[in-house]
Design a protein around this ligand. Structure first.
Ligand SMILES: [Zn+2]
Length: 300
């Protein structure tokens, strides 16, 4: 959602989860946010031309092989070091280079000053730290771990595959561990000197206009009142985007209602709520989330 909203700003181009571009788009030809198949989308066709002289020139097996070697959560401690051994550094930079080419080409084709990759993989952000042709600014969106856990238990189909596939689901315990690991990884990235701006999902939805203005400033493309005219009270009016992969919301065109989804407070069983609350307690506290559900409901 944050990506879609940023993408409405005149100097910003939202790309979707580029981490999935190689398989889901280049290989499987899934649908772009504009509704066309990836191979038929004019925007991505031009990006492929500029970046690689056409997508057929991308060695997807090579990208996947590099990903296995460098872009895994277990590699983060190594990636977060002050130095990388030469052999690893070469792999990391080669892998980051594929992304940098896509970003630069997308900026050229769209004319945007800023492109947004919503991949979310913390390991990818650590990889991009080693790319010297990317001016990396990370937006770290956090949400209450119990809301995340509840959302991961729900079944959501992936429209880009015409309903044949569903989004990944996790048990609440597994969600809690992943929540800790990914959030910690972004904290580490910040301590390594990469600009990381943390926003809370719940706060963002309380005042999307102010939040978006702040993010635009952070990205170096300040937004005026006219730029934010697509935001109404409790909704956003979205144009067609070319988000390549990711959340099904990327297909939304027109009015998008924006409400805080606090369904977990009523629907996440209390045992699971306590489990997730306990496992995630230190960081929930650090991010300013009340641990006691009674306080949470009062805040809501
Ligand atoms: Zn498209």
């Amino acid at each position: 959602m944050v990506e879609r909203l940023l993408g409405e700003l005149p100097s910003v181009c939202a790309l979707g989860e580029i981490v999935h571009l190689w398989q889901r788009d280049i290989r499987d030809d899934e649908r772009c946010g504009c509704g066309a198949r990836f191979s038929a989308c004019t925007f991505w066709k031009r990006v492929g031309q500029v970046a690689f002289g056409g997508w057929t020139n991308v060695d997807v097996d090579r990208v996947h092989a590099l990903r296995d070697v460098v872009e895994r959560t277990r590699h983060i401690p190594r990636l977060a070091g002050a130095n990388l051994p030469d052999a690893q550094r070469a792999d990391v930079r080669e892998y980051a280079g594929y992304y940098a080419k896509v970003y630069a080409a997308a900026a050229e084709v769209s004319g945007a000053a800023v492109v947004v990759d919503s991949s979310k993989h913390s390991a990818l952000a650590h990889v991009l730290r080693w790319a010297d042709d990317v001016d990396l600014r990370v937006v770290h969106v956090v949400r209450d771990a119990r809301g995340v856990a509840y959302s991961w238990t729900k079944t959501v189909s992936r429209p880009e595959t015409d309903g044949s596939d569903e989004m990944t689901r996790y048990s609440p315990g597994r969600s809690a561990l992943l929540w800790n690991a990914h959030n910690a990884a972004f904290g580490l990235l910040s301590r390594r000197g990469v600009p990381v701006r943390r926003i809370r999902y719940e706060q963002f939805l309380t005042d999307p206009r102010a939040a978006l203005r702040e993010l635009a400033d952070y990205a170096g493309v300040p937004a005026g009142d006219d730029d934010l005219a697509f935001l109404g009270d409790g909704y956003a009016d979205l144009g067609v985007g070319h988000s390549a992969a990711g959340n099904p919301m990327r297909f939304t065109v027109g009015r998008l209602p924006m409400r805080r989804d606090d369904a977990w407070m009523r629907s996440l069983p209390s045992g699971q709520r306590r489990l997730v609350g306990a496992v995630c307690a230190p960081m929930l506290r650090a991010y300013g989330y009340p641990l006691n559900p009674a306080e949470v409901s009062q805040e809501a």
